[in-house]
Design a protein around this ligand. Structure first.
Ligand SMILES: Nc1ncnc2c1ncn2[C@@H]1O[C@H](COP(=O)(O)OP(=O)(O)OP(=O)(O)O)[C@@H](O)[C@H]1O
Ligand SMILES: [Mg+2]
Length: 249
């Protein structure tokens, strides 16, 4: 079942035409990996879906979630979707976390933003546990600077999953982490997928694609140059650019 369908997406930042007719779909319970060189538009796709583009950006096309076009939606309705139905894990957890608040408060804020007040503490520690944070009841009261990079990233994952979103957008969530923590986080994505949720995972690491990806979208200069199952992309890439990216590993 198709959960998200992006049709002919065009995005401009002023004069920069960053996405050029991007189309793809995301099915239920699937991990779609988006790969491509720096500047190819990977993050731009996620920010477009999330409705978090900077002032002055212009977006055309369709982003359909269960048939509803997000692009036409007013900010108030989008805000209701953000965090609850679609959430995002950012590349740099330190930029996302506020140094002045404990991680427990920050994870709980996502729930509060959607009007949920019941069992807050319990739900926060439960989300932390699901995100692979050991002893969450002790960690809730810590501040971001008291946690390692891997734990901070798992805090971001906890706040991304706490409302039970159908779609999780992850922008290079493991790039800054060492290999063992990276593995744990990839396992977590598999678990999330097992719950019937869908993930768009931006990475430029084909090792990550091989490990958790179901399908791959290859971007080059704002265009989709290849889309397919992970196996077929690895076995017989159709595009020269994909071959070039693969040969780099
Ligand atoms: N806020 C912005 N204002 C102007 N141009 C931007 C802005 N954000 C991105 N761009 C441009 O849009 C294009 C796509 O950028 P984007 O960040 O989506 O690429 P990316 O594939 O995520 O790259 P990276 O791998 O480095 O994160 C680039 O040419 C970039 O310079
Ligand atoms: Mg990016």
């Amino acid at each position: 079942m198709v959960l998200l369908e992006v049709r002919n997406l065009n995005l401009w930042y002023g004069d920069v035409h960053a996405l050029k007719g991007v189309s793809f779909s995301l099915r239920r319970g699937e991990i779609l990996c988006v790969v491509g060189e720096s500047g190819s538009g990977k993050s731009s796709i996620l920010y477009s879906i999330m409705g978090l583009l900077p002032e002055g950006a212009r977006l055309e096309g369709e982003i359909l979630v269960e048939g509803v076009n997000l692009i036409d939606m007013d900010e108030e309705r989008r805000r209701l979707i953000r965090g609850k139905d679609i959430s995002m894990i950012f590349q740099e957890p330190s930029a996302y976390l506020d140094p002045l608040f404990t991680v427990g408060v920050q994870i709980g804020e996502t729930l509060m933003a959607h009007g949920e007040r019941g069992n807050l503490g319990e739900r926060v520690t439960e989300a932390m546990r699901r995100a692979g944070i050991p002893k969450p009841e002790e960690k809730v009261n810590l501040y971001p600077h008291q946690l390692s990079g891997g734990l901070k990233q798992r805090v971001c994952i906890a706040s991304a999953i706490i409302c039970g979103p159908k779609i999780i957008l992850a922008d290079e969530p493991t790039t800054a982490l060492d290999v063992s923590i990276q593995k744990r986080i990839l396992n977590l994505f598999r678990k999330i997928k097992g719950e019937g949720r869908s993930v768009i995972l931006v990475t430029h690491d084909f090792g990550v694609v091989a490990e958790v990806g179901d399908r791959v979208l290859v971007l080059k200069e704002g265009r989709v140059v290849e889309e397919g199952d992970v196996e077929s992309i690895f076995d017989s890439p159709k595009d020269d650019y994909t071959r070039m990216l693969l040969s780099a590993i």
